[in-house]
Design a protein around this ligand. Sequence first.
Ligand SMILES: [Zn+2]
Length: 137
Amino acid sequence: MTDFKLIADTEWRNRLSAEEYRVLRQAGTEAPHVGEYTNTTTEGVYSCKACGAELFRSTEKFESHCGWPSFFSPLAGEAVIERVDTSHGMTRTEVLCANCESHLGHVFTGEGYNTPTDQRYCINSICLNLEEKPIED
Ligand SMILES: [Zn+2]
């Protein structure tokens, strides 16, 4: 089994497109409102574009109107890593894939969204792959 945490930077450049590399491996951000999954309501599971780990489900996706796919919770707590990000003069919480440590987006808390957690996992579409399938709880 591949240990995605050990993949060299040059290998990531080969595996990913230039734009995927910029967002996933250099903590970039895709432009708002243009991402493939911004308004998607299809039932299914979103996995990491870089390593394939399952990260989010359509059942926790909600319409935040912020311009990026938004989830009120990850599929499982251990699926993602959250760490403080002080880049760009702001203090935010960065969200990374726990399996390959690629950048996914940021999580914001207490914005007043009418969701069970009042959290918004603001995730770049380009970091995700949607597999259509029924969600069973
Ligand atoms: Zn990953």
